[in-house]
Structure formats: C-alpha cells, structure tokens
Design a binder for this molecule. Structure first.
Ligand SMILES: NC(=O)c1ccc[n+]([C@@H]2O[C@H](COP(=O)([O-])OP(=O)(O)OC[C@H]3O[C@@H](n4cnc5c(N)ncnc54)[C@H](O)[C@@H]3O)[C@@H](O)[C@H]2O)c1
Length: 257
C-alpha cells in the first residue's frame, strides 16, 4: 500500500463518493498527490476503476468500489469495504449527487415538480449524505474529518430547482448538527458550497445561462473542479484542525452579491 510520505493527507485513508467524475475525480487526484490512500466509490464502477488505475500508475494507492449512496445496504457495504481493505477511515468526501436533469425536472417551478423527481433528489442528495455519514462516523476515530458536498443552493434559493436547494440546505443542517454531535469526539464535519463548476452535472445548461452566471459572478467565470478539490483536501487535512460545522462558499463571490 502506497501512501506518499509527504503532503497534506500523507498516509491518510480517504473515501470519496461520486469519485468517477467532476469534483469527486478532481479531489481523488488531488488527495492522492497529497499523500492519501484513496477509496473511490461511485455507481459508475467502470469510471471509478479507470481513475483508480490512473492514480495507481502515478505511484499512489487507489481502490474502486461500487456504491449507490441512496441504498442503505450498498452504503454499509462501501464503508465496510474500505475498513476491510485499509484497516481504518481517516477522512471522507460525501460528494455523489445529481442535478435536475437526472430527475427529469429541469426548468420546473416548485409546484410543478412531481413526487418521483422530488423523492429521487432527496434520496440521493440528502439521504445519501446522511447514510454515508452514519457508517463513516462509526468507523472513524479522533482526528478524522468528514466533508459534505453542498452547493450555493444550500445557502440561497435556486430558481427552478427547489428540490435540489432543499436537499443542499439539508446537507448544511446535517453538517452543522453532526459537527456539534462529534466535536468532543475529535471528528470534524464541514460542508463545501461550490458555485457553478465545469462538470458534466451542468453540461445540459444552455450556453446563455452559463454566460449569465459567469457575468453575475464577481470573479467573472465558472469554477474548475480542481478549485473545489483543493478546498476539500484542506478540509480533510489536519491543517483545518479548528474548522468544524462550517459551510464554506467556494463560489467566486456569487453569494456575496
Ligand atoms: N457542478 C456544479 O456546478 C456543482 C455546484 C455545486 C455543487 N455541486 C455538487 O458537487 C457534487 C459533484 O457533482 P459534479 O459536478 O462533480 O457532478 P458529476 O456529474 O460530474 O459527478 C457526480 C458523480 O456522482 C455519481 N453519482 C450520482 N448519483 C450517485 C449515486 N446514487 N450513488 C453513487 N454515485 C452517484 C455519478 O456517477 C458521478 O460520477 C454533487 O453533489 C453536486 O450537487 C456541483
């Protein structure tokens, strides 16, 4: 097992969900470069395997696992699998998530959403995070760190995406409450709230919409996944030892306007 001797996450066992794509994949690469041994979980096992192979070729240790974060047995098996393989769990990024496109509910106002779209969004984006935390917290000991992927939609309302915003606001409530529950146990829990990030999740958005978002963003552009990954690595590392219960906006100033 290779964990780099140097770096912010040197020798740490790090679990990342939604690791096959976008922000999760960028964080997996960054964590491995920073010395972590990474467990890459995704419902897209082929994608997670391909990334694990890429990371292994760079000399780090990476293992791919299949998971559906909305399925309680699958999540329990994922965490047990990490502990079986690596012996413990030091940090986790609960990042797997879906957008309106995947629930077939793009462009719908609150009252136009159907029950199935609402349910799927909450099951994956909110219950999925809680299920991961439930099992991770049992496997973790003092010094461990959990990072949950929220969104600016966890801080402010989102037009035509009230189910997504409700789930992400829920993730922040869950994060803050767990930070209180586990502070004395030495386990930190934080959330990251990215603005719009160039990943497949927003690929269905029109160029006009993305340009308008970039114009409204003080930094003047969307984020690259690597810019979110760097914050996730920092929050999982001991360099953020006094940070817990935070909902860190990484949004180019979007929610400051
Ligand atoms: N891209 C953005 O603009 C943006 C902004 C704010 C927050 N986020 C959040 O960041 C996270 C990652 O999104 P991304 O932009 O990298 O998207 P992405 O689509 O590139 O990656 C999401 C990954 O999650 C996996 N996944 C989805 N449902 C799953 C499930 N039930 N079980 C296991 N894996 C599952 C997918 O297979 C995929 O690999 C999500 O929680 C998303 O809500 C994204």
């Amino acid at each position: 097992m290779q964990g780099g001797g140097q770096g912010l996450l040197a020798g740490k066992i790090v679990l990342i969900t939604g690791a096959a794509s976008g922000i999760g994949a960028a964080t997996a690469r960054a964590a491995a470069r920073d010395g972590a041994l990474v467990a890459l979980a995704d419902r897209n096992l082929d994608g997670a395997r391909a990334l694990a192979q890429e990371i292994a070729q760079s000399g780090a240790t990476a293992e791919a696992l299949a998971v559906d974060v909305a399925d309680r047995d699958s999540v329990a098996a994922m965490v047990a699998g990490v502990v079986d393989r690596f012996g413990r769990l030091d940090a986790a990024l609960n990042n797997a998530g879906i957008g309106s496109n995947e629930t077939g509910s793009t462009g719908l106002r609150t009252g136009e959403l159907d029950y199935e779209s609402w349910r799927l969004m909450i099951d994956v984006n909110l219950t999925g995070v809680w299920l991961c935390m439930k099992h991770e917290l049992v496997a973790m000991t003092a010094g461990a760190s959990i990072v949950n992927m929220a969104s600016i939609a966890g801080l402010v309302g989102m037009p035509m995406a009230s189910h997504y915003a409700a789930a992400k606001h829920g993730v922040i409530g869950l994060t803050k409450s767990a930070a209180i529950d586990y502070g004395r146990a030495g386990i930190r829990v934080n959330a990251i709230c990215p603005g719009y990030v160039e990943t497949p999740l927003i690929a269905h958005s029109s160029a006009d919409k993305l340009e308008a978002i970039a114009r409204k963003t003080p930094i003047g552009r969307l984020a690259r996944p690597e810019e979110i990954a760097d914050q996730a690595v920092w929050l999982m590392s001991d360099r953020s030892a006094y940070v817990t219960g935070a909902a860190l906006a990484v949004d180019g100033g979007f929610t400051s306007t």
